[in-house]
Write a protein that binds this ligand. Structure first.
Ligand SMILES: *[C@@H]1O[C@H](CO)[C@@H](O)[C@H](O)[C@H]1NC(C)=O
Ligand SMILES: *[C@@H]1O[C@H](CO)[C@@H](O)[C@H](O)[C@H]1NC(C)=O
Ligand SMILES: *[C@@H]1O[C@H](CO)[C@@H](O)[C@H](O)[C@H]1NC(C)=O
Ligand SMILES: *[C@@H]1O[C@H](CO)[C@@H](O)[C@H](O)[C@H]1NC(C)=O
Length: 370
């Protein structure tokens, strides 16, 4: 459905400017928007009930995921207990040198209190609620739904999967001359640049009511159209079924039994902690973590003059110099390979698959055909 110009302009422009937490607000809203495109229509009665909102406008979707996508970041400092749930970091994790996920030191922090455990936790809560046994209250389900939309985004942000330098927050770099840090660059600046540089042919609606119905006049609408058109409907079309697949659990240690139990007790069966055939945050996160070694951490940051190698634990000489990353070799390659776009699409499509599995009458994605 094509919305009127007025409706498009009255969308949430200010709410959509890239922020400084998580993926920025824009990143989380883009993930939610891509998810919503792939929701099965039969999801809505249960979903809107849990989200506590049903639109009176029959031309709009009954309820939307984007407005709640950044909620968990807005309340992160009020709900301090939830802060470790946004990321997972390994002990002594140093992505440029080892891509182990995790290494022999295991995860930092309390067991399961990380983004892998949190995605599992809130999905289990929603499953119990959907089953209607009464063990999960309405307010808990409402909170779990808002967390799920958010954490699925965080799971696809490479720097939320490493403990190095506080997920890159401590690595000062330059982007277009401006001093920032690696984490903020991936949270918001790369997305903001991609939105700015989206070709103007994407400001026109696509011939897909299923896509256009969900868009609401946000600054990233054109970018979502481009991710759908060039990525989901074209470049990644054939691999998308593998994005939502999960391997059979407990493969690493030969099924159930004593050995499995021993490994679980000692915290080494990392996949077994969180993954099953439908939801597998560990399996999904592992290749995203590998991007940290491949491309997120520029090799130059490990060497002088950007790193003082004669001083252990010192990230960079105080006061600079800072490595410029708005270059063809860094931002150019990320743009060329659609790396950020693919992460946003994977997060959105996996979120849709989980929500469909939880609440729809039919499993699987509501695949877009053009
Ligand atoms: C699981 O989710 C609930 C509801 O959001 C929260 O209260 C609890 O702390 C979470 N636990 C873990 C381990 O993430
Ligand atoms: C649901 O919405 C009503 C009315 O807007 C509000 O009073 C109530 O607190 C909401 N419940 C939750 C769990 O957010
Ligand atoms: C928009 O233009 C690009 C070239 O800049 C082209 O590859 C793409 O297919 C166009 N998209 C649509 C929806 O026509
Ligand atoms: C690097 O660290 C060493 C040892 O702390 C110090 O003497 C030296 O001045 C530092 N070099 C720079 C460029 O900061």
């Amino acid at each position: 459905m094509r919305l009127s110009h007025f409706v498009l302009l009255s969308g949430s422009i200010s709410a959509s400017l890239p922020g400084v937490l998580g993926w920025g607000a824009a990143g989380h809203e883009i993930v939610a928007t891509i998810a919503q495109i792939h929701l099965h229509p039969s999801v809505y009665p249960a979903l809107c009930d849990i989200l506590n909102y049903t639109s009176p406008d029959p031309r709009a979707p009954p309820c939307r995921l984007a407005p709640i996508a950044a909620w968990a970041d807005r309340l992160r400092y009020k709900m301090r207990w939830s802060s470790p749930l946004h990321y997972v970091g390994a002990v002594d994790d140093y992505p440029s040198q080892t891509c182990e996920f995790p290494g022999s030191g295991g995860w930092a922090g309390e067991r399961r209190r990380n983004v892998l455990g949190a995605v599992r936790n809130v999905t289990d809560i929603l499953e119990d609620y959907a089953d209607g046994g009464g063990s999960v209250g309405y307010a808990t389900a409402n909170e779990a739904a808002k967390f799920l939309v958010h954490f699925m985004g965080d799971l696809h942000m490479p720097l939320h999967l490493t403990g190095r330098d506080r997920g890159g927050n401590d690595d000062k770099v330059r982007f277009g001359g401006r001093i920032t840090n690696l984490h903020a660059l991936w949270d918001g600046l790369l997305i903001a640049k991609a939105i700015r540089e989206t070709p103007s042919n994407y400001s026109v609606p696509l011939a897909s009511p299923q896509i256009e119905w969900v868009l609401r006049g946000a600054i990233y609408d054109s970018y979502v159209r481009r991710i759908m058109w060039e990525g989901v409907l074209d470049q990644w079309k054939d691999e998308i079924p593998s994005w939502v697949a999960c391997p059979a659990p407990a493969r690493a240690y030969g099924g159930g039994g004593l050995w499995q139990t021993v490994m679980r007790v000692f915290g080494r069966d990392v996949a077994g902690e969180t993954d099953d055939e439908v939801l597998c945050p560990y399996h999904w996160a592992a290749p995203i973590h590998a991007l940290n070694c491949e491309i997120v951490w520029p090799k130059a940051l490990d060497e002088p003059p950007y790193k003082n190698t004669s001083r252990i634990g010192e990230y960079a000489p105080r006061g600079g110099p800072y490595l410029e990353l708005d270059t063809p070799e860094y931002a150019g390659v990320i743009k060329e390979r659609l790396i950020v776009e693919k992460l946003l699409a994977q997060a959105g499509i996996r979120l849709a698959a989980v929500l469909n599995w939880l609440f729809a009458e039919t499993d699987g994605l509501n695949v877009v055909e053009i």
